[in-house]
Design a protein around this ligand. Structure first.
Ligand code: FMN
Length: 246
């Protein structure tokens, strides 16, 4: 997966509105606030495709050029925010070149995503150690790819959030599939996330115990919701241990 934290270039927004809406999924919306940053992962978007689209605010029936929709006529990349029902602020990103009033509504975003971020950072740390590494997001990518990848590489790092006193269900499914296909004889690193009582590590370890010849690497990493500098130090160590073990 590409790095969803990277700042998008201005021309990203000048493209076809439906394409922009699709490509915004999985990206992060980041707001600088006093004392830090608030980040949420975009999980649902809606494309509003100009005057010909009856649902779009720039449609002649809904609004004439002027007033709050002015910003939609600017070049893509600006925010168009409006209030609905007197209480919800809807955040849109303007798309297309100047004069083409289209936009993408960010319909849903989740504050979660720290485990995915840790996985991406670890991938870079592994590459810095000279390891050929790739990340796979079980919530978004092809399952067959994840299983094939686990068999193709000599090492595997599992990173998962705790979920209802167990592990995030897609990870439990991946482990069940690896077990049924005889996954064995590999180096395995583990990262868990949990806000109030992390349980993912224990659950993943229980599944791995049934597989033969696995070299479970240290350190095993526990993230408490948000990735800390201590976590990053441990992740660098894990990347080094992985590089030495394969
Ligand atoms: C449905 C649900 C169940 C969860 N169960 C647990 C749990 O049993 N123990 C725990 O420590 N955290 C639990 N969490 C919190 C997540 O593990 C935690 O928020 C984690 O940071 C999510 O990872 P993310 O930032 O990668 O999305 C749960 C979260 C959700 C949404």
């Amino acid at each position: 997966m590409s790095n969803p934290w990277e700042k998008l270039p201005p021309d990203f927004y000048l493209r076809d509105t439906v394409e922009v809406a699709k490509d915004l999924i999985g990206r992060y919306l980041i707001r600088e606030v006093p004392g830090g940053r608030l980040a949420c992962r975009i999980t649902e978007t809606e494309a509003y495709c100009g005057p010909a689209d009856p649902a779009c605010h720039s449609c002649r029936k809904a609004a004439k050029k002027g007033g709050r929709t002015n910003v939609m006529y600017e070049a893509g990349g600006l925010a168009y925010i409006y209030l609905i029902y007197g209480m919800h602020c809807c955040f849109n990103v303007v798309t297309r070149p100047k004069g083409e009033p289209e936009a993408v509504l960010v319909a849903y975003a989740s504050i979660h995503g720290n485990t995915a971020r840790a996985a991406l950072e670890l991938t870079e740390m592994l590459k810095a150690e000279g390891v050929k590494a790739a990340a796979c997001d079980l919530t978004r990518e092809d399952w067959a790819e994840a299983v094939a990848g686990a068999f193709r590489y000599s090492g595997l790092v599992l990173a998962a959030a705790s979920y209802d006193a167990g592990v995030f269900p897609p990870m439990a499914q991946l482990l069940a599939r690896l077990k049924s296909k005889g996954f064995r004889d590999r180096s395995v690193g583990l990262m868990e996330n949990g806000s109030w009582g992390p349980t993912a590590m224990k659950t993943m370890m229980a599944e791995l115990e049934g597989m033969k010849g696995l070299n479970i690497l240290e350190p095993k990493i526990t993230i408490r919701s948000v990735l800390t500098e201590e976590n990053r130090v441990e992740m660098k160590l894990l990347a080094r241990t992985m590089a030495q073990s394969i």
